[in-house]
Write a protein that binds this ligand. Structure first.
Ligand code: GDP
Ligand code: IMO
Ligand code: MG
Length: 427
């Protein structure tokens, strides 16, 4: 079957960019299906380092068509900037296509997010401030502007003026900010339209035909399932659905095409921004993981919170997405520890849980139950086959696999494409 979905199984930054680049060598299309330029996907290959935010991570392969699907929110100013940046590294971006149905992030979304986050005070979510929440909010409220609106100035202006009437009242009367000027936005966006237009097509029809023709399509998620609007740690989530099911809804593709769902799972866990995190380490081990793993946000530069691998959340991700395999990343970061821990369950309110507790208060209160494994001291970033890994590292991966209940197919031991080891089937 020709379609696969590759997605983050934790709170983002699992190494999706690296994984998609590695897995995409034999696919024809890579499709980003949700989020916007809040994502930061790092690809290191062919002597290049790309930090992609909107452009799918298959862009380095000249034979791949990169698709931004309907369910993504696109800041057209950012899109053009990112295309220019990628082009400057010598990569051809002419094969990037964007759905006309994708909603746009508008200047008032950025303004509003700034003031509403400030207004929340100590309850702020710690968003990336890219206008993601406000843009998805307007989409659901049916007052969003879509990419296709760029190509009809009359409609663009009409919609903008209606929306801006309300947004400016909110900005001026509630938040004491200056109003935004419709004429200036129209002028700027009409200027962008010319650059965007050559890339806009009916992506749903394109993918449908591709699948019928037997082409290989890979869907690339952004963020991770614990940041999913419905299934994540609400309200400390993003405003879209990273779960696998959402790939199909976003791109307008039927579920029968998909037979491979790859969960990208870091060998430990990180989180940027606020929200519960049972296995968080606020000690020198956490600091060590952050330093060795270079855990700083790709988009905002913020320090990522680090913690032990949580198999409970791993099982939750497996269940939510129907994962068929795991790609474990950053195993190399765990080198040099005497012992490594895996969370196998929680204790909260005097009760034990071996799955994600369904009530938020229980999860906020959850203290992890750990299993301790022997660590390893060797650096492993130069290993190229699974059997080269120290025994303890192999045992660790096999234990992850067992506890999550999904086979590990690849282990990543460094950021580069070649630092990816196929894992033999133990059966
Ligand atoms: P994404 O958002 O899931 O694509 O992940 P990010 O790119 O934001 O963060 C992952 C970081 O880890 C990037 O700097 C990658 O280059 C890096 N990385 C990916 N896989 C590995 C790995 O196996 N080992 C190490 N040390 N770094 C990795
Ligand atoms: P990638 O694709 C990690 C987090 C933010 C914040 C919350 C809401 O690189 O894994 P938003 O701006 O989306 O409204 O912020 O979600 N967040 C991410 N954390 N990786 C990401 O993307 C993220 N995108 C958003 O830090 O807590
Ligand atoms: Mg990232």
């Amino acid at each position: 079957m020709p379609a696969s979905i590759v997605l983050g199984t934790q709170w983002g930054d699992e190494g999706k960019g690296k994984a998609v680049d590695f897995l995409a060598d034999r696919v024809d299309y890579v499709v980003r299906y949700q989020g916007g330029n809040n994502a930061g996907h790092t690809v290191i290959a062919e002597g290049r380092l790309l930090k992609l935010q909107l452009i799918p991570s298959g862009i380095l392969y000249p034979h791949i068509t990169s698709v931004i699907a309907d369910g993504v929110v696109v800041d057209p100013r950012h899109l053009i900037k990112e295309m220019d940046q990628v082009r400057e590294t010598g990569v051809d971006v002419s094969r990037l296509v964007v759905s006309g149905n994708a909603h746009m992030i508008m200047p008032y979304h950025l303004e509003l997010e700034k003031v509403t986050e400030r207004f929340l005070g100590k309850n702020a979510l710690g968003t990336t401030k890219r206008g993601i929440g406000p843009a998805y909010g307007d989409k659901a409220a049916r007052i969003g502007l879509r990419i296709q609106d760029l190509f009809d100035e009359k409609i663009f202006r009409e919609k903008l003026e209606v929306v801006l009437r309300e947004k400016n009242l909110i900005l001026t009367k509630i938040y004491n900010r200056l109003p935004l000027d419709a004429d200036r936005i129209v002028e700027e966006y009409m200027g962008l339209a010319e650059r965007v237009q050559p890339h806009v097509i009916d992506t749903g029809a394109l993918l449908h035909q591709a699948l019928i023709d037997g082409k290989q399509v890979m869907f690339e998620g952004a963020q991770g399932v614990l940041l999913d609007l419905d299934h994540g740690t609400y309200p400390f989530v993003t405003s879209s659905n990273p779960v696998a099911g959402s790939a199909l809804a976003s791109a307008g593709v039927g579920p029968h095409w998909v037979d491979r769902v790859v969960g990208i799972m870091k060998a430990y866990i990180t989180r940027v921004g606020a929200g519960p995190f049972p296995t968080e380490l606020v000690d020198d081990v956490g600091e060590r993981l952050g330093t060795r793993g270079k855990e700083f946000g790709t988009v905002t530069g913020r320090q990522r919170r680090c913690g032990w691998f949580d198999a409970c959340l791993g099982r939750y991700a497996a269940r939510l997405n129907g994962l068929t395999e795991l790609l474990v990343t950053k195993l190399d970061v765990l080198s040099g520890l005497d012992t490594v821990k895996i969370c196998t369950g929680y204790r909260a309110y005097g009760q034990a849980f071996d799955d994600m507790p369904p009530h938020q208060s229980v999860f906020h209160d959850a203290s992890p139950i750990y299993e301790e494994l022997e660590g390893w001291h060797e650096e492993i970033d130069e290993c190229r086959v699974f059997e080269d890994l120290p025994k303890q590292a192999q045992v660790y991966v096999r234990r992850m696999e067992e506890l999550v209940g999904v086979p590990v197919s690849i282990v990543s031991v460094g950021p580069a494409r070649e630092q990816s080891l196929p894992v033999p089937d133990p059966r």
